[in-house]
Write a protein that binds this ligand. Structure first.
Ligand code: IPE
Ligand code: IPE
Ligand code: MG
Length: 255
């Protein structure tokens, strides 16, 4: 079991939430739609990018807290295939912030034994961004703690398209005319191949939608939504989500 005082100071709200958590029944995989940066900034009469910058503190806190709790996989939705519709200047700031985050945080990611991974059409990102991602992946590849999985240029439908393309290539190469399509085969060709499906999906900012995130994998995820904007999302919110998750009755269609 985790050392509670390493996660939240004794006597804090975080600490009492920790005491309510059953560490034998933690969600193994938590996925987060980090939303509301722009509205957080607008509420403060700041430019949208100030919200993205402020959101980095939330990323750090959620990554660190999840790793200390013993969560196996944390998947963070950082940039969708649809986000290219935004103004060029906002997109380039988001990409620079990602690079800056990796430069500043890689040492602490390594220290926390976290393995860094990405999902999405990362090959379509700028070469310098791909380079910083590759560096983080390579330098953490031997870590066996939490997997921190960043969804970049990610779309759930794009992922399914890529999975079917990959299955078709395999069939063509191996001459497997009798390949049988099964759920396992499809799962094995997704970007998340080898990872368990998310148990808990968190969305911030009050929006009640999935926005093309992990469409296949969230079939039976427990969904937890909060009106809190991402830059205001703190350790206590994550712990509250886990406490609430543990009160749910996951029936998977049974009784
Ligand atoms: C989430 O915040 C970050 C990304 C989608 C990149 P938004 O930028 O979507 O903020 P809102 O939803 O406009 O407030
Ligand atoms: C979802 O947020 C994508 C990410 C968090 C990266 P959006 O802000 O893009 O989603 P919509 O437009 O509100 O559905
Ligand atoms: Mg948004």
């Amino acid at each position: 079991m985790a050392n509670l005082e390493e996660i939240a100071p004794r006597g804090s709200r975080g600490y009492s939430l920790l005491q309510a958590i059953d560490f034998d029944r933690l969600p193994q995989h938590i996925a987060v739609i980090m939303d509301g940066n722009g509205r957080w900034a607008a509420a403060r009469r700041l430019p949208r990018v100030a919200g993205h910058r402020a959101g980095i503190a939330s990323v750090k806190e959620v990554v660190e807290t999840s790793a200390r709790l013993g969560i196996r996989v944390l998947t963070l939705y950082a940039f969708s295939v649809e986000n290219w519709k935004r103004p060029k200047s906002e997109i380039s700031t988001l990409m620079s912030l990602l690079k800056e985050y990796l430069q500043k945080e890689l040492s602490s990611i390594i220290k926390n034994n976290i393995r860094f991974c990405t999902i999405g059409r990362v090959n379509d990102l700028a070469p310098d961004i791909q380079q910083s991602l590759q560096k983080a992946i390579a330098e953490t590849s031997q870590n066996n703690g939490m997997i921190m999985n960043i969804a970049l240029n990610y779309g759930g439908r794009a992922e399914l398209v890529d999975a079917f393309q990959s299955i078709m290539r395999q069939v063509a190469q191996n001459g497997h005319r009798d390949t049988v399509i099964t759920e396992q085969l499809i799962s094995d060709h997704l970007y998340t191949s080898g990872l368990d499906d998310p148990d808990l999906l968190i969305r911030t900012s009050g929006e009640m939608r999935i926005s093309n995130f992990l469409l296949w994998q969230i079939a039976y995820a427990e969904i937890w939504m909060t009106p809190v904007y991402w830059p205001d999302f703190r350790r206590e919110h994550l712990l509250q989500a886990i406490v609430d998750y543990q009160k749910r009755d996951r029936r998977y269609g049974g009784l």
